[in-house]
Design a protein around this ligand. Structure first.
Ligand code: NAP
Length: 268
């Protein structure tokens, strides 16, 4: 039985075990995928324990994506230069390889599933934590007209934009935010506490597409807030979760799961 896990805090909300279970079924792979609640400062210990148990790898979620970098012997693929890791691959040699599949997950969900273009659109990214850091370069590669970053702690937004210098990218205070962004992406973890970031209503227009990396069975607080302001087009991060998981599954097993099938199965 192949052992996998997702490490985070909080972790109870995670649907990754179900997703990887359905992927595994598509290929007849026998695996266990557990949720591990990691205390603050406990990531290295938790990863070491998984390796000791012979696990194949793990996913890393809030708030440990930056800390996971220090546990990698080598950083691979999209994670090179990113500073944040969401997938660890434990090689038979004993090496730990670090990857980041969040950006691929987000862009695939936005473009392929939700038919959203990013090119030439005004984009607002809310948050400057591990998830936001992981998606900024990929969003810039899509050539938005502007990519503004707002974070509750402004210094972190300033730090984030210095990692990917671009004339299109800017950190903004609440007062500096534009009106009616074309695309608003909430990459804050406010939803995990049942709240929405405290933002001015002018950022939303009827045609703003509002995307929340958080996901839940009912509409997330951020999407409820956007809906109340007339944003007709909204989506949560469940599609991203499935796509980033598929990319991790490819890293571990070298096969590409059918994500549409899993989305249908889990939403039915
Ligand atoms: P993180 O590294 O802990 O960062 C949290 C971010 O949220 C920080 O920017 C923090 O601001 C901000 N924040 C927290 N509470 C807030 C509040 N009440 N109001 C405004 N901002 C607040 O977490 P992360 O790894 O970036 O994850 C962020 C979220 O994305 C989580 O909900 C996670 O589940 C979700 N996510 C989803 C997927 C997916 O596949 N759907 C993938 C990755 C992440 P400060 O800097 O001021 O603390």
């Amino acid at each position: 039985m192949i052992k996998l896990a997702v490490l985070g805090n909080p972790i109870a909300h995670s649907r990754s075990p179900e997703i990887h279970g359905l992927f595994a079924r598509q290929f007849g792979i026998a695996l266990t995928y557990q949720k591990v609640l990691v205390p603050e400062g406990g990531l290295a210990l938790a990863v070491g324990e998984l390796i000791r148990q012979g696990a194949r790898g793990c996913n890393i979620t809030v708030p440990f994506k930056s800390q996971a970098l220090a546990l990698c012997d080598e950083v691979k693929g999209d994670a090179i230069g990113l500073g944040v890791i969401n997938t660890l691959d434990f090689a038979a040699s004993g090496a730990v390889y670090g990857y980041n599949t969040d950006a691929l997950g987000l862009i695939t969900d936005l473009k392929d599933h939700l038919q959203q273009t990013i090119q030439d659109r005004s984009v607002l990214l809310i948050g400057a934590g591990g998830a936001a850091q992981g998606v900024v370069p990929a969003l810039l590669r899509e050539a938005p007209k502007t990519l503004h970053v707002w974070n509750r702690t402004p210094q972190r937004a300033e730090q984030l934009i210095r990692l990917a210098p671009s004339s299109r990218l800017a950190a903004k205070t609440l007062e500096q935010l534009d009106t009616q962004y074309d695309l608003i992406i909430n990459a804050s973890s406010a939803g995990l506490n049942g709240s929405a970031p405290d933002l001015p209503s002018r950022i939303i227009g009827a045609n703003s597409f509002c995307y929340d990396l958080s996901y839940s069975d009912s509409e997330t607080p951020f999407l409820q807030w956007a809906s109340g302001l007339g944003a007709a087009h909204r989506a949560d991060g469940f599609g991203m979760l499935i796509e980033q998981a598929a990319a991790a599954f490819r890293i571990w097993f070298g096969v590409s799961p059918d994500t549409a099938m899993v989305r249908t199965e889990m939403l039915s």
